[in-house]
Write a protein that binds this ligand. Sequence first.
Ligand code: 26Q
Length: 815
Amino acid sequence: MQKISKEDFRIALEDKMERMFGRTLKNASKSNLYKAISMVIRDLIMEKWVYSRETYHNNPERELYYLSMEFLMGRALGNNLLNLEIEDVVKETLLDLGYDLEEIRENESDAGLGNGGLGRLAACFLDSLSTLALPAHGMGVRYEYGLFKQKIIDGYQVELPDPWLEEGNMWEIPIPEEAEIVKFGGWVESHLVDGKMVFEHKGYQSVKAVPYEMPVLGYKSPLVNSLRLWTARSTKHFDLNLFGQGRYLDALEEKELAEVLSKVLYPEDNHREGKALRLKQQYFFVSASIQCIVHDYKRQGNNIRDFAKKRVIHINDTHPALAIPELMRILIDEEFLGWDEAWDITKRTFAYTNHTVMEEALEKWPADMFRQLLPRIWDIVNEINERFCRSLWEIYPGNWQRISSLAIISNSQVRMANLCIVGSFSVNGVAELHTQILKEQVFRKFYEHTPEKFIGITNGITFRRFLLKANPSLASLISNYIGTNWALNSQELKKLEQYKDDQNFQLALKDIRRNNKIKLAKYIKDSNGILVDPDAIFDVQIKRLHEYKRQLLNILHILYLYNCIIDDPNFDMLPHTFIFAAKAAPGYRMAKLIIKLIHSVGEKINNDPRIHGLIKVVFLENYRVSLAEKIICATDISEQISTAGKEASGTGNMKFMLNGALTIGTLDGANVEIMEAIGKDNIFIFGLKAEEIDESNRLSSYKALKIYEQDPELKQVLDQLIGGFLDPEHPEIFREIYTGLLFGYGGVADPYYVLADFRSYAKAHQKAVQTYKSPKDWWQRSIINIANAGMFSSDRTIEEYNERIWHLPKAYKKQ
Ligand code: 26Q
């Protein structure tokens, strides 16, 4: 495809502006401009999409469907410009017209259809699949409301809806003619027809699933893949009967009940919400998706018996697990295959990734609820379970304990992870340590049973969005030294290592960081009214708020530093700005209280003249992808401080490393591999290791209270949580945190080992400060981080998935 010239772009834009809004470019609002630009770009994408469909997608040999309840896409405009390589053309044309592209981009709402890591990973994967020209489709839910908007009022999180579609979505195309029908409730009847059992679902309610597609471009790639998102619609417009009886509202209510299925994203991250509506939402999504995949497959003239050879379906955690029995249902009830053949195809079709070891996040559904809502699917899951348990009996006769730990249904609950493992040919973890924990602990019995299914593939991130787009000046510095290939061949970043002591490179890097910090400081001033010094260390923890991620450790340490400065005006420290951003699940009390604590500590410290502005604490509200892009490029220190063994991988850690921040972290998730890649002198590792924590849990030997009693400075910090030091008018608000740390609630005290790791964490900080004092050492380490980030590109991750699981051919040109 030809790249568009400045002149042609201006003409196209003028034309669009006139047709869409009846305005000239001079009279356009920023929002008009955003939309008109997007529509021009969309036309360019369409051309490419058509070409791509014709050339690559027509009945490919083998293709991938990536099923995920979450896609955290963020904004599309900037990314699409980058992928089309027309950012400069657009930027310059707008500049000639007196507009700033960056400002115009701010008019796009984030597509926030995800909670955190799992959803963002799905988005990075789509980017890499298109870039690598692998034929793939994302499938998900078109939530009318994405993850809630966060407002902070008086230090407390308040949730507001996120009506991201309200102003229109420039990047989607509705495809009503490809709607599917999804059935709920009712009962199943079976009859013998010609000696064969035939199943009929009766008395059900049906909901229509209408697909919308968004194009997914790759960087400099001819292939445009798509993300298909399902919206729930009522199958009836009006029940004329009800209407005739004057029950107009009842008729509307039916419609509402259907449409609620795609209304809103569940805001729990690493936590399961056992609501019937969530189960319905999951089935709505997978039933529409699997029906669509099979219909499309057959429309292209393929034989259903070759299904597993030509299609592979990946399920992103257990949330789409019902896709497994749904495919069975279609193969048996609609394609009339026998059980054994259907099961053979199914098992060879699905691959499953686990993203968490947190017990409270492992999905389990009450059997009763399951049976009532999905009677046919229940029968199938039951049959899968019975046959599986019977086969286990052959191998482990009499070993009830083993069999019941592997069973899919147990204690009147359906265990979705077990269903996924039994129904897939591949199960993978997302970092080395995580995979080891899956094999040795979470899924140990399964690993012993079928070790060949288990693999580990470490997560990655797209370097296009998180370096090229988010930090363009760093990207061009890198390109000036080693050329531009790194954006497609991430291992080329290695070549930077030879410049680790190059003074010019170091100074340029420092300069870029400083400019990014000045920009972020302005954002902070505008949004929070806090003045921060761009020459202070920017120390950042941005991620979902969860106890295991230990924002609490960070804020308690900040309070400790504050006490140190008050006690000793000569305390050895550099000016420090601590930046937080995090959303807490609306029902997670402790997480919300920690947000309040961060604000109260900030309030106290930011307003105390005695510390001469040496510490600033900033909480940026409404964390989301577009905000992450602004913060990461301005970060000196990246906080990756989860309790060892709890964070499956982390991907924020990789984004910071790629942008040259140094990490303070525990040996958890992908931090372990980051350390191996850069060497232990280039990262500040602290804290207990996963085995030590396991051991301590096993022996119940950890006594948080003892640490408190033996460490007067830490004791002072904890005592400041109560008694009104932080908020004299509300002295008791943080009592819950204090009690949780020292005594626990029913369970154990300090289950995430905050006090246990405190001193080691403080030491890691001291070491970081010492390093920062010597610029040549700091920037050398920064360069080493960037140079060794190559393996954390999602291109590498996707290539590994493809080699070990999917086996897709590169999209090739049909003659
Ligand atoms: C389940 C049932 C009902 C409602 C919600 C949920 C639910 C939703 C989201 C359960 C878990 C999640 C999200 C998990 C998640 O984001 N895990 C993260 O995945 C990343 C990508 O692999 C890892 O890097 C992170 O370490 C991991 O926490």
